[in-house]
Design a binder for this molecule. Structure first.
Ligand code: COA
Length: 259
């Protein structure tokens, strides 16, 4: 058993399960460049480490993640494909071992889109998923423009991505985005139990099954992540995103008239 403290991420390895806990609750687990790098580093070492047989990604029972840290994005806009946020997307999308997610409270932006790269997803009944990219003057990321319609169907993906309104755990379960809903205090423990079950199975069989499940999409996902990242990076410096982010920092409603 070992526990490591990365920037605002706790990493714990026990019985073949590496648990990554988003640990920046005061900022609603919003993700900074340092956190994306820490997550990508942890997943890359887990991929190569025979002692890791499954991964859990979890937050707090009140919040999974508020998505990108908007202040950090303004300070260090991810303008190149090597930016930590895009690196994290590539690493999680190619991760070869099973990932179990436990989601409670808000899961905004990449808090929702990273789930499209997880294998089993358990949610607290307080989970609120949202992909408000348009409301921020941005476009989908992490392959969500490809994967959300595949998982949810086009009409519901279009509603979620164009209107950007939150949808609750019940809707997410009904549309096939998550596996099960439990009381928030039980979600992390359930994810842990399911990951331990996976870790006890023959690793080669688990990995080959995951590879085959994802094979039809792998090249398309890589291509879409790159295309979205190019647009997302460009749109970050355009007026609509500047207005949306400025409004968030100033705690006012954005004014998109004329944009
Ligand atoms: N980036 C930076 N700071 C953030 C943040 C983010 N994405 N999300 C929340 N915070 C900060 C808030 O500014 C606030 O800071 P303060 O205490 O200095 O005022 C603190 O975290 C608590 O957030 P608050 O909004 O008061 O919590 P809430 O429970 O009322 O709402 C959310 C939670 C997640 C619904 C709300 O914070 C939110 O919508 N965040 C922005 C989500 C977003 O647009 N993400 C970008 C996606 S690309």
């Amino acid at each position: 058993m070992s526990t490591t403290s990365l920037p605002d991420i706790l990493s714990h390895l026990d019985s073949g399960v590496m648990t990554l806990t988003l640990n920046r609750v005061a900022r609603k687990n919003s993700l900074t460049a340092a956190m994306y790098d820490a997550l990508a580093d942890a997943l890359e070492s887990a991929s190569a480490d025979a002692a890791v047989r499954a991964v859990v990604i979890q937050g707090h029972e009140t919040v999974f993640s508020a998505g990108n840290d908007i202040g950090d994005f303004l300070d260090k806009p991810p303008s190149s494909p090597d930016a930590p946020v895009f690196r994290f997307m590539r690493v999680i999308s190619r991760f070869p071992k099973p990932i179990v997610a436990s989601v409670c409270g808000p899961a905004v932006g990449i808090g929702t889109t990273m789930l499209l790269h997880c294998d089993l997803i358990y949610a607290g009944d307080n989970a609120a998923f949202s992909m408000p990219f348009v409301n921020l003057g941005l476009c989908p990321e992490a392959g969500s423009s490809l994967l959300a319609p595949q998982w949810m169907g086009h009409p519901r993906a279009a509603e979620a991505l164009l209107l950007g309104e939150p949808f609750m755990a019940e809707s997410a379960l009904e549309m096939g985005l998550i596996n099960r809903i439990v009381p928030p205090a039980e979600a992390n423990a359930l994810a842990q139990r399911q990951a331990l079950k996976l870790a006890a199975k023959p690793l080669a069989a688990v990995m080959e099954t995951k590879r085959l499940l994802k094979k039809g999409n792998a090249a398309l996902v890589a291509e879409r992540i790159a295309e979205e990242a190019a647009s997302f990076g460009r749109m970050l410096s355009e007026p609509a995103a500047r207005e949306a982010f400025g409004a968030f920092m100033e705690k006012r409603r954005p004014d998109f008239s004329g944009l």
